[in-house]
Ligand binder design. Structure first.
Ligand code: GLY
Length: 410
């Protein structure tokens, strides 16, 4: 099987690395990729990974048997629809189904229709209505961009002025805003393979969204993660599948937009049980790096079975015992404007996955984005996995780089 992965982050590095161990894979490519994916996969040029015609042309020219779309932007832009229409198996939902991530208002509508527990919410698209709407929520205030925002569209704050300012910035930019009631409780990311009908959960994970130790500072795309959750009650994943994911998948199918790909349920375990904070239409980053470090089933076969509607025929997924931890090394300035172009040393070591990196003409690996590396450790338990991840990140150097020191610490 020739597998083409679309994307350029540590999630895509984790995907190609895992698929490089699948004996059914004869060739792997990642476009546009980064300096890390280039070590495991071909790196064919692509003008724009969000452009459906460009992806189809590449998939045809490269003779892909399976296209795996990593990020949300190409999914929302309809790239998976175009690949499937070209007769090539594709892992990733249609643009219509990807609205579960691309429009929070759509996601709320689906959840309400499906009877899925989620926070009370209100859409505001007019600044004149903002103050009255805010009065009906908080503190704590939860203000979200309705559309895609790379994990940075959400502000959770006790301060009504900060909530108001964020909402006004979004509205000024022409983005509708969602106000939500705050759901307290530990957060869980549950990734589910969905082939339109059948749902297969991966190991539950938890990510760390704030930039600073102790959960302070602004939200990011994610600064670290671990899987599975040693503190979770047995059967948590099955409960979430039964009460949340399957009803959502059925509702989407009933609307004529079956979901095919990875449905990511971001949840808070409230005292009333799991509630949805958000759905995403793709593998989460940095949780994927930890989850896939433990997967022992051949990943390309699993993704192909999902893409072709054969999940029910797949044997149960196999997982390594133990735990994996991801720690993200971010560039100076992130999650604001990151400084790019800084040389990185130690980035070719085991467990070091690349996100925002590129290889310069002189051969040096340099930073090219906000989240630069995702460093993964694994071990028999969380302490051992953490120790390995932090030992590995200490072997890496990036001027101005920063990382949280409390990932997976309790
Ligand atoms: N880890 C958060 C996300 O992938 O959206």
């Amino acid at each position: 099987m020739r597998v083409l992965v679309i994307g350029a982050g540590a999630r895509e590095h984790a995907l190609v690395l895992a698929m490089s161990h699948d004996p059914t894979v004869t060739a792997l490519a990642c476009a546009p990729g980064n300096a890390g994916t280039a070590a495991v996969a071909e790196q064919p040029a692509i003008a724009d990974p969000n452009d459906a015609a460009a992806v189809v042309e590449l998939a045809r020219g490269w003779s892909a048997d399976l296209v795996v779309i990593g990020p949300e932007a190409p999914l929302v832009a309809g790239v998976a629809d175009a690949v499937r229409a070209a007769g090539i198996a594709c892992f990733g939902p249609s643009a219509s189904a990807a609205r579960i991530e691309g429009s929070k208002a759509f996601a709320k509508d689906v959840m309400h229709a499906a009877g899925v527990p989620t926070a009370r919410s209100e859409v505001v698209d007019n600044p004149a209505r903002l103050d009255k709407a805010l009065a009906g929520f908080g503190p704590t205030y939860v203000v979200k961009d309705d559309g895609l925002a790379a994990g940075k569209g959400v502000v959770v704050t006790e301060d009504i002025e900060a909530a108001r300012a964020h909402a006004l910035t979004l509205l000024d930019g022409g983005h509708p805003v969602i106000l939500e009631s705050f759901v307290d409780g530990p957060e869980v990311s549950l990734f589910c393979l969905v082939d339109g009908e059948t749902v297969v959960p991966l190991l539950p994970a938890q990510d760390f969204k704030r930039v600073g130790d102790g959960g302070v500072g602004p939200n990011t795309g994610g600064m670290g993660a671990y899987a599975p959750l040693p503190w979770a009650e047995p059967g948590l994943a099955d409960t979430i599948v039964r009460t949340i994911v399957e009803p959502t998948v059925r509702e989407l199918a009933a609307r004529g937009v079956p979901f095919n790909g990875l449905l990511y349920a971001g949840l808070a375990l409230s005292s009333d049980g799991p509630q949805v904070i958000e759905f995403n239409a793709r593998f989460g980053d940095p949780e994927t790096e930890a989850v896939l470090a433990l997967l022992r089933s051949p990943l390309a076969g699993v993704l192909h079975a999902t893409a072709t509607g054969k999940l029910a025929e797949l044997p149960p997924l196999e997982w390594a015992e133990g735990t994996a931890v991801t720690v993200v090394l971010a560039a100076e300035g992130y999650p604001g404007t990151p400084r790019v172009g800084d040389p990185i040393t130690g980035a070719e070591a085991e467990g070091v996955l690349h996100a925002g990196t590129r290889r310069r003409e002189d051969g040096a690996i340099v930073s090219s984005g906000g989240r630069v590396l995702a460093v993964v450790g694994s071990g028999d338990d969380l302490d051992a996995a953490r120790a390995q991840a932090y030992q590995r990140i200490e072997g890496v150097h990036l001027t101005g780089g920063h990382y949280r020191t409390d990932i997976a610490e309790f």
